[in-house]
Design a protein around this ligand. Structure first.
Ligand code: ADP
Length: 218
């Protein structure tokens, strides 16, 4: 199952992708997580990406396409993958199409997590992240309840960066929705309401990928 989780920053893609990874045992590929690991390791790529990410801007397309190409040809994607955070621009989507055709792994489904802008700002500004597994918690949470370590704030979750991330999303990434809607005979994209509890949204996502639990999710 080759999935794309698409949606604005703060729509819950990372949370839902992690749940799908566990359930279907296919890798969750998050370009944000890949870049943050590079920043942490202090690699040349990390050094280049760090100030761009802190502002909430996008890392150049050619870098991102190179990263995703290397990642998608790894062996663990044999049974499928869940892409989160890529593509984010039309050139990235075009490069990805060519790559997926080349490696014979077209998307089975694009899941669009729809969340209104005011809700995104509320979720992102000040949210806290566990340094161990990147799980996020509401503003004001001090310790990770699972790992008992202090939570951290992502530099791009500072209120001044959040507004820019949303603006960049609307300008550069929202156009991808129409791009994918016209692909696959118009059947590729499933729109999922992204407001509600994590479990409610998970049920909706499962239904969208055709693996519903039988649990009511109206
Ligand atoms: P978000 O919560 O904003 O979706 P991510 O963790 O997916 O956050 O990404 C964090 C940052 O990493 C982005 O704001 C951007 O700077 C960079 N980034 C991640 N994926 C891409 C991409 N496909 N193209 C360009 N920049 C990216």
């Amino acid at each position: 199952m080759n999935l794309l989780l698409y949606g604005p920053p703060g729509s819950g893609k990372g949370t839902q992708a992690a749940m799908l990874e566990e359930r279907f045992e296919i890798p969750h590929i998050s370009t944000g997580d890949i870049l943050r690991a590079e920043v942490k390791a202090g690699t040349p790529l990390g050094k280049e990406a760090q100030p761009i990410m802190s502002r909430g801007d996008y890392v150049p397309d050619e870098i991102m396409v190179g990263i995703i190409r290397n990642r998608l040809v790894e062996k663990d994607t044999g049974r499928g993958f869940i892409l989160d955070g890529f593509p984010r621009t039309i050139p990235q989507a075009e490069a990805l199409d060519a790559l997926l055709t080349e490696i014979g792994k077209p998307f089975d489904r694009v899941v669009y997590l729809r969340v209104e802008t005011p809700e995104l700002v509320k979720r992102l500004a000040g949210r806290m992240t566990c340094p161990v597994d990147q799980k996020t918690f509401p503003p004001g949470t001090g310790l990770c309840p699972e790992h008992r370590v202090p939570l951290e704030q992502r530099p791009d979750d500072r209120p001044e960066a959040v507004q820019n991330r949303i603006e960049v999303y609307l300008a550069k990434t929202l156009p991808l929705l129409d791009y994918y809607r016209t692909m696959g005979g118009g059947q590729l994209v499933s729109e999922v309401e992204g407001a509600g509890t994590i479990d409610e949204i998970h049920s909706r996502v499962l239904k969208a990928v055709g693996r519903g639990t039988g649990v009511s999710n109206s």
